[in-house]
Design a protein around this ligand. Structure first.
Ligand SMILES: [Zn+2]
Ligand SMILES: [Zn+2]
Length: 385
Protein backbone atom coordinates (compact mmCIF):
# COMPACT_ATOMS: atom_id res chain seq x y z
CA UNK A 1 0.00 0.00 0.00
CA UNK A 2 2.82 2.36 0.96
CA UNK A 3 4.57 1.72 -2.34
CA UNK A 4 1.34 2.58 -4.22
CA UNK A 5 1.00 5.78 -2.24
CA UNK A 6 4.66 6.52 -2.90
CA UNK A 7 4.07 6.02 -6.62
CA UNK A 8 1.04 8.31 -6.51
CA UNK A 9 2.94 11.11 -4.85
CA UNK A 10 6.11 10.61 -6.89
CA UNK A 11 4.87 13.05 -9.52
CA UNK A 12 3.01 15.34 -7.12
CA UNK A 13 3.97 19.00 -7.36
CA UNK A 14 4.18 19.79 -3.65
CA UNK A 15 4.73 23.54 -3.99
CA UNK A 16 1.87 24.17 -6.39
CA UNK A 17 -0.45 21.52 -4.90
CA UNK A 18 -0.02 22.65 -1.28
CA UNK A 19 -0.39 26.31 -2.24
CA UNK A 20 -3.66 25.74 -4.14
CA UNK A 21 -5.19 23.45 -1.50
CA UNK A 22 -3.85 25.67 1.31
CA UNK A 23 -5.24 28.99 0.13
CA UNK A 24 -8.61 27.48 -0.85
CA UNK A 25 -8.91 26.02 2.67
CA UNK A 26 -7.86 29.29 4.26
CA UNK A 27 -10.43 31.18 2.19
CA UNK A 28 -13.14 28.69 3.10
CA UNK A 29 -12.39 29.24 6.78
CA UNK A 30 -11.82 33.00 6.75
CA UNK A 31 -14.77 34.25 4.63
CA UNK A 32 -17.47 32.85 6.97
CA UNK A 33 -15.42 33.95 10.00
CA UNK A 34 -15.11 37.51 8.65
CA UNK A 35 -18.77 37.68 7.63
CA UNK A 36 -19.85 36.40 11.07
CA UNK A 37 -18.11 39.23 12.90
CA UNK A 38 -18.13 42.01 10.25
CA UNK A 39 -19.80 43.10 7.02
CA UNK A 40 -17.48 43.59 4.04
CA UNK A 41 -17.54 47.26 3.03
CA UNK A 42 -18.17 48.38 -0.55
CA UNK A 43 -14.76 50.08 -0.50
CA UNK A 44 -13.00 46.77 0.21
CA UNK A 45 -15.04 44.94 -2.45
CA UNK A 46 -14.39 47.69 -5.01
CA UNK A 47 -10.63 47.49 -4.36
CA UNK A 48 -10.81 43.69 -4.71
CA UNK A 49 -12.53 44.13 -8.10
CA UNK A 50 -10.03 46.80 -9.25
CA UNK A 51 -7.05 44.58 -8.39
CA UNK A 52 -8.78 41.58 -9.99
CA UNK A 53 -9.07 43.64 -13.18
CA UNK A 54 -5.50 45.00 -13.07
CA UNK A 55 -3.80 41.70 -12.19
CA UNK A 56 -5.97 39.82 -14.73
CA UNK A 57 -5.23 42.27 -17.54
CA UNK A 58 -1.52 42.00 -16.72
CA UNK A 59 -1.78 38.28 -17.42
CA UNK A 60 -3.78 38.64 -20.64
CA UNK A 61 -1.99 41.69 -22.09
CA UNK A 62 1.40 40.89 -20.53
CA UNK A 63 2.05 37.18 -19.97
CA UNK A 64 -0.23 36.05 -22.79
CA UNK A 65 -0.39 38.45 -25.73
CA UNK A 66 2.98 40.19 -25.16
CA UNK A 67 5.37 37.54 -23.81
CA UNK A 68 3.86 34.30 -25.12
CA UNK A 69 2.72 35.46 -28.57
CA UNK A 70 4.67 38.69 -29.18
CA UNK A 71 1.52 40.12 -30.77
CA UNK A 72 2.80 43.68 -30.17
CA UNK A 73 5.97 45.44 -29.07
CA UNK A 74 6.45 47.57 -25.97
CA UNK A 75 8.89 50.46 -26.05
CA UNK A 76 8.38 51.58 -22.48
CA UNK A 77 10.17 49.68 -19.72
CA UNK A 78 7.95 51.11 -16.97
CA UNK A 79 4.82 49.66 -18.62
CA UNK A 80 6.61 46.31 -18.88
CA UNK A 81 7.57 46.57 -15.20
CA UNK A 82 3.90 47.21 -14.29
CA UNK A 83 2.75 44.22 -16.35
CA UNK A 84 5.28 42.01 -14.58
CA UNK A 85 4.50 43.47 -11.14
CA UNK A 86 0.74 42.92 -11.43
CA UNK A 87 1.36 39.66 -13.31
CA UNK A 88 3.22 38.52 -10.17
CA UNK A 89 0.22 39.62 -8.13
CA UNK A 90 -1.95 37.21 -10.18
CA UNK A 91 0.16 34.33 -8.76
CA UNK A 92 0.21 32.19 -11.89
CA UNK A 93 3.96 31.48 -11.88
CA UNK A 94 6.68 33.45 -13.60
CA UNK A 95 6.21 34.99 -17.06
CA UNK A 96 8.95 32.68 -18.38
CA UNK A 97 7.30 29.46 -17.12
CA UNK A 98 3.80 30.67 -18.11
CA UNK A 99 4.90 31.54 -21.67
CA UNK A 100 6.90 28.31 -21.98
CA UNK A 101 3.88 26.15 -21.07
CA UNK A 102 1.54 28.26 -23.19
CA UNK A 103 3.72 28.03 -26.30
CA UNK A 104 3.76 24.22 -25.88
CA UNK A 105 -0.03 24.29 -25.45
CA UNK A 106 -0.40 26.05 -28.82
CA UNK A 107 2.16 23.91 -30.64
CA UNK A 108 0.82 20.55 -29.35
CA UNK A 109 -2.82 21.29 -28.62
CA UNK A 110 -4.95 18.25 -27.63
CA UNK A 111 -1.98 15.87 -27.65
CA UNK A 112 -0.03 14.24 -24.80
CA UNK A 113 2.58 16.99 -25.06
CA UNK A 114 -0.04 19.69 -24.30
CA UNK A 115 0.57 20.52 -20.58
CA UNK A 116 -3.13 21.20 -19.95
CA UNK A 117 -4.80 19.11 -22.62
CA UNK A 118 -8.59 18.96 -22.27
CA UNK A 119 -8.40 15.43 -23.73
CA UNK A 120 -7.16 14.32 -20.29
CA UNK A 121 -10.39 15.57 -18.75
CA UNK A 122 -12.13 18.84 -17.93
CA UNK A 123 -10.82 19.08 -14.35
CA UNK A 124 -7.33 18.03 -15.37
CA UNK A 125 -7.20 20.96 -17.82
CA UNK A 126 -8.78 23.28 -15.28
CA UNK A 127 -6.75 22.50 -12.20
CA UNK A 128 -5.18 19.08 -11.71
CA UNK A 129 -2.40 19.52 -14.26
CA UNK A 130 -0.84 21.92 -11.75
CA UNK A 131 -0.69 19.12 -9.17
CA UNK A 132 1.72 17.27 -11.44
CA UNK A 133 5.45 17.93 -11.54
CA UNK A 134 6.23 19.89 -14.71
CA UNK A 135 9.32 19.21 -16.83
CA UNK A 136 12.22 21.67 -16.65
CA UNK A 137 11.93 24.78 -18.83
CA UNK A 138 13.28 24.11 -22.32
CA UNK A 139 15.16 27.34 -22.96
CA UNK A 140 14.95 26.84 -26.74
CA UNK A 141 11.20 27.43 -26.56
CA UNK A 142 11.61 30.75 -24.74
CA UNK A 143 15.06 31.81 -25.95
CA UNK A 144 13.78 35.35 -26.68
CA UNK A 145 12.50 35.77 -23.12
CA UNK A 146 15.73 34.39 -21.61
CA UNK A 147 17.46 37.49 -23.01
CA UNK A 148 15.00 39.82 -21.26
CA UNK A 149 16.57 41.07 -17.98
CA UNK A 150 13.24 41.98 -16.34
CA UNK A 151 11.72 38.58 -17.15
CA UNK A 152 14.81 36.81 -15.80
CA UNK A 153 14.80 38.91 -12.61
CA UNK A 154 11.20 37.85 -11.97
CA UNK A 155 12.08 34.24 -12.84
CA UNK A 156 15.01 34.16 -10.38
CA UNK A 157 13.19 35.98 -7.55
CA UNK A 158 9.64 34.81 -8.20
CA UNK A 159 8.63 34.11 -4.59
CA UNK A 160 9.79 37.56 -3.50
CA UNK A 161 8.05 39.26 -6.48
CA UNK A 162 4.77 37.38 -5.88
CA UNK A 163 4.69 38.15 -2.14
CA UNK A 164 5.74 41.78 -2.59
CA UNK A 165 3.14 42.37 -5.34
CA UNK A 166 0.40 40.98 -3.08
CA UNK A 167 1.49 42.41 0.26
CA UNK A 168 1.87 46.03 -0.93
CA UNK A 169 -1.69 46.47 -2.35
CA UNK A 170 -3.23 44.51 0.56
CA UNK A 171 -1.48 46.63 3.20
CA UNK A 172 -2.32 49.80 1.26
CA UNK A 173 -6.05 48.95 1.14
CA UNK A 174 -5.95 47.89 4.80
CA UNK A 175 -4.35 51.20 5.75
CA UNK A 176 -6.81 53.25 3.63
CA UNK A 177 -9.89 51.48 5.00
CA UNK A 178 -8.61 50.67 8.48
CA UNK A 179 -9.58 47.03 7.84
CA UNK A 180 -6.46 44.88 7.39
CA UNK A 181 -8.33 41.62 7.98
CA UNK A 182 -10.92 42.48 5.29
CA UNK A 183 -8.17 43.52 2.87
CA UNK A 184 -6.39 40.19 3.41
CA UNK A 185 -9.56 38.12 2.94
CA UNK A 186 -11.06 39.96 -0.05
CA UNK A 187 -8.29 41.90 -1.83
CA UNK A 188 -5.76 39.08 -1.57
CA UNK A 189 -7.46 35.71 -1.08
CA UNK A 190 -10.91 36.14 -2.62
CA UNK A 191 -9.58 38.16 -5.57
CA UNK A 192 -6.97 35.46 -6.17
CA UNK A 193 -9.56 32.68 -6.02
CA UNK A 194 -11.86 34.46 -8.51
CA UNK A 195 -9.01 35.34 -10.88
CA UNK A 196 -7.49 31.85 -10.75
CA UNK A 197 -10.70 30.05 -11.62
CA UNK A 198 -11.55 32.58 -14.34
CA UNK A 199 -8.13 32.06 -15.96
CA UNK A 200 -8.29 28.29 -15.51
CA UNK A 201 -11.65 28.28 -17.32
CA UNK A 202 -9.72 29.25 -20.48
CA UNK A 203 -7.90 25.90 -20.34
CA UNK A 204 -11.02 23.92 -19.43
CA UNK A 205 -14.32 25.55 -20.45
CA UNK A 206 -12.92 27.41 -23.47
CA UNK A 207 -11.84 24.00 -24.83
CA UNK A 208 -15.14 22.36 -24.00
CA UNK A 209 -18.30 24.46 -24.33
CA UNK A 210 -18.92 27.02 -27.07
CA UNK A 211 -18.77 27.61 -30.82
CA UNK A 212 -16.09 26.65 -33.29
CA UNK A 213 -16.46 29.69 -35.53
CA UNK A 214 -13.06 29.60 -37.21
CA UNK A 215 -11.67 26.08 -37.02
CA UNK A 216 -12.79 22.56 -36.18
CA UNK A 217 -9.23 21.23 -36.15
CA UNK A 218 -8.66 21.89 -32.45
CA UNK A 219 -10.79 21.76 -29.31
CA UNK A 220 -10.78 25.54 -28.63
CA UNK A 221 -14.18 27.26 -28.70
CA UNK A 222 -15.52 30.79 -28.53
CA UNK A 223 -17.39 31.25 -25.27
CA UNK A 224 -18.86 34.67 -24.48
CA UNK A 225 -19.34 34.03 -20.74
CA UNK A 226 -15.59 33.40 -20.34
CA UNK A 227 -14.90 36.64 -22.24
CA UNK A 228 -16.67 38.52 -19.45
CA UNK A 229 -14.56 36.84 -16.78
CA UNK A 230 -11.22 36.90 -18.55
CA UNK A 231 -10.93 40.31 -20.18
CA UNK A 232 -11.70 39.01 -23.67
CA UNK A 233 -9.80 35.73 -23.69
CA UNK A 234 -12.96 33.70 -24.31
CA UNK A 235 -12.75 34.08 -28.10
CA UNK A 236 -10.50 31.08 -27.85
CA UNK A 237 -11.34 29.39 -31.16
CA UNK A 238 -10.27 32.56 -32.95
CA UNK A 239 -7.17 32.80 -30.78
CA UNK A 240 -6.02 29.24 -31.50
CA UNK A 241 -6.64 29.79 -35.23
CA UNK A 242 -4.85 33.16 -35.46
CA UNK A 243 -2.63 33.17 -32.37
CA UNK A 244 -0.39 36.09 -33.32
CA UNK A 245 -3.29 38.59 -33.55
CA UNK A 246 -3.22 41.10 -30.64
CA UNK A 247 -7.03 40.88 -30.59
CA UNK A 248 -9.11 37.89 -29.51
CA UNK A 249 -12.47 39.54 -30.14
CA UNK A 250 -12.06 40.97 -33.64
CA UNK A 251 -15.26 42.98 -34.06
CA UNK A 252 -15.53 46.43 -32.48
CA UNK A 253 -18.44 45.25 -30.33
CA UNK A 254 -16.67 42.11 -29.08
CA UNK A 255 -15.95 42.43 -25.36
CA UNK A 256 -12.17 42.28 -25.30
CA UNK A 257 -10.81 44.85 -22.80
CA UNK A 258 -7.29 43.46 -23.32
CA UNK A 259 -7.29 44.52 -26.98
CA UNK A 260 -8.63 47.97 -25.96
CA UNK A 261 -5.89 48.27 -23.35
CA UNK A 262 -3.19 47.37 -25.94
CA UNK A 263 -4.75 49.81 -28.42
CA UNK A 264 -4.65 52.60 -25.80
CA UNK A 265 -0.96 51.78 -25.15
CA UNK A 266 -0.42 52.11 -28.91
CA UNK A 267 -2.24 55.44 -29.09
CA UNK A 268 -0.17 56.74 -26.16
CA UNK A 269 3.00 55.70 -27.98
CA UNK A 270 3.96 52.96 -25.49
CA UNK A 271 3.24 50.05 -27.87
CA UNK A 272 4.03 49.47 -31.54
CA UNK A 273 3.72 46.76 -34.21
CA UNK A 274 0.23 45.60 -33.23
CA UNK A 275 -0.26 42.42 -35.26
CA UNK A 276 -3.63 41.90 -36.94
CA UNK A 277 -4.75 39.07 -39.18
CA UNK A 278 -5.92 40.24 -42.60
CA UNK A 279 -9.72 40.46 -42.85
CA UNK A 280 -9.68 38.46 -46.11
CA UNK A 281 -7.83 35.56 -44.39
CA UNK A 282 -10.32 35.57 -41.52
CA UNK A 283 -13.36 35.51 -43.84
CA UNK A 284 -11.85 32.73 -45.96
CA UNK A 285 -11.11 30.64 -42.88
CA UNK A 286 -14.63 31.22 -41.51
CA UNK A 287 -16.23 30.17 -44.80
CA UNK A 288 -14.10 27.05 -45.21
CA UNK A 289 -14.80 26.12 -41.59
CA UNK A 290 -18.54 26.60 -42.16
CA UNK A 291 -18.35 24.46 -45.29
CA UNK A 292 -16.70 21.63 -43.29
CA UNK A 293 -19.39 21.94 -40.61
CA UNK A 294 -22.24 21.72 -43.15
CA UNK A 295 -20.69 18.80 -45.02
CA UNK A 296 -20.12 16.96 -41.71
CA UNK A 297 -23.73 17.57 -40.74
CA UNK A 298 -24.94 16.33 -44.14
CA UNK A 299 -22.79 13.21 -43.87
CA UNK A 300 -24.48 12.30 -40.61
CA UNK A 301 -28.04 13.15 -41.69
CA UNK A 302 -30.91 11.53 -43.52
CA UNK A 303 -31.90 13.27 -46.75
CA UNK A 304 -32.90 12.17 -50.23
CA UNK A 305 -31.25 15.30 -51.63
CA UNK A 306 -27.92 14.70 -49.88
CA UNK A 307 -25.74 14.78 -53.01
CA UNK A 308 -27.53 17.80 -54.39
CA UNK A 309 -27.13 19.69 -51.11
CA UNK A 310 -23.45 18.75 -50.86
CA UNK A 311 -22.83 20.17 -54.33
CA UNK A 312 -24.74 23.33 -53.50
CA UNK A 313 -22.76 23.87 -50.26
CA UNK A 314 -19.45 23.44 -52.08
CA UNK A 315 -20.43 25.69 -54.97
CA UNK A 316 -21.83 28.43 -52.71
CA UNK A 317 -18.94 28.54 -50.22
CA UNK A 318 -16.25 28.28 -52.93
CA UNK A 319 -17.85 31.14 -54.88
CA UNK A 320 -18.08 33.20 -51.71
CA UNK A 321 -14.40 32.57 -50.89
CA UNK A 322 -13.42 33.65 -54.40
CA UNK A 323 -15.69 36.71 -54.52
CA UNK A 324 -14.70 37.85 -51.02
CA UNK A 325 -11.02 37.73 -52.05
CA UNK A 326 -11.91 39.77 -55.15
CA UNK A 327 -13.81 42.41 -53.20
CA UNK A 328 -11.01 42.79 -50.63
CA UNK A 329 -8.57 43.31 -53.49
CA UNK A 330 -10.86 45.80 -55.21
CA UNK A 331 -11.45 47.73 -51.99
CA UNK A 332 -7.69 48.09 -51.52
CA UNK A 333 -7.32 49.30 -55.10
CA UNK A 334 -10.22 51.71 -54.64
CA UNK A 335 -8.65 53.21 -51.49
CA UNK A 336 -5.35 53.75 -53.30
CA UNK A 337 -7.06 55.17 -56.42
CA UNK A 338 -9.13 57.54 -54.30
CA UNK A 339 -6.02 58.81 -52.53
CA UNK A 340 -4.19 59.30 -55.84
CA UNK A 341 -7.35 60.81 -57.42
CA UNK A 342 -6.94 58.72 -60.57
CA UNK A 343 -9.56 58.61 -63.33
CA UNK A 344 -10.78 55.04 -62.98
CA UNK A 345 -12.10 55.52 -59.43
CA UNK A 346 -15.69 55.59 -60.70
CA UNK A 347 -15.26 52.36 -62.65
CA UNK A 348 -13.81 50.67 -59.60
CA UNK A 349 -16.73 51.89 -57.52
CA UNK A 350 -19.21 50.41 -60.05
CA UNK A 351 -17.34 47.11 -60.06
CA UNK A 352 -17.44 46.97 -56.24
CA UNK A 353 -21.16 47.74 -56.24
CA UNK A 354 -21.80 44.94 -58.73
CA UNK A 355 -19.73 42.49 -56.73
CA UNK A 356 -21.51 43.47 -53.52
CA UNK A 357 -24.85 42.55 -55.15
CA UNK A 358 -23.56 39.09 -56.10
CA UNK A 359 -22.14 38.63 -52.61
CA UNK A 360 -25.44 39.60 -50.99
CA UNK A 361 -27.22 36.93 -53.05
CA UNK A 362 -24.63 34.28 -52.24
CA UNK A 363 -24.68 35.06 -48.49
CA UNK A 364 -28.50 34.73 -48.60
CA UNK A 365 -28.19 31.40 -50.41
CA UNK A 366 -25.70 30.15 -47.81
CA UNK A 367 -27.99 31.30 -45.01
CA UNK A 368 -30.94 29.30 -46.43
CA UNK A 369 -28.75 26.27 -47.13
CA UNK A 370 -27.45 26.36 -43.54
CA UNK A 371 -30.97 26.62 -42.15
CA UNK A 372 -32.28 23.68 -44.17
CA UNK A 373 -29.24 21.47 -43.43
CA UNK A 374 -29.36 22.20 -39.69
CA UNK A 375 -32.99 21.08 -39.66
CA UNK A 376 -32.15 17.62 -41.11
CA UNK A 377 -32.64 14.58 -38.91
CA UNK A 378 -29.37 12.93 -37.76
CA UNK A 379 -28.78 9.28 -38.75
CA UNK A 380 -28.60 8.10 -35.12
CA UNK A 381 -31.99 9.65 -34.26
CA UNK A 382 -33.64 8.20 -37.36
CA UNK A 383 -32.29 4.73 -36.52
CA UNK A 384 -33.66 4.82 -32.95
CA UNK A 385 -37.09 6.14 -34.06
ZN1 LIG B 1 -6.10 27.03 -25.36
ZN1 LIG C 1 -2.40 31.85 -26.53
Amino acid sequence: MFSRLKDYFKDFNWVSGCFIIGYHSLLLALVPLYCYFFTPSWTILTFAFIFYFISGTSITAGYHRFYSHQSYKLNNKFIEFLLLFFGSMATQGSALRWSHDHRIHHAHIDTDKDPYSVKKGFWYAHLFWMFKKQPEIDTKIVSDLCKNKMVMFQENHYLFCMLFANIVPTVLVGWLTGDFFGAFVFVWLFRLFFLHHSTWFINSLAHYWGHQNYSREHSAVDNYIICMLTFGEGYHNYHHTFASDYRNGIRWYHYDPTKWFIWILYKLGFATNLRRTQESRITKQMLLNHKTELLEKLKNSISSKKQDLEEKVSECTDTLVQKMAEIHQLLDLYKEAKKAKVAHVKELYKEIKQLKKILKMKWKELHFLTKSIMRLQPVAMAASA
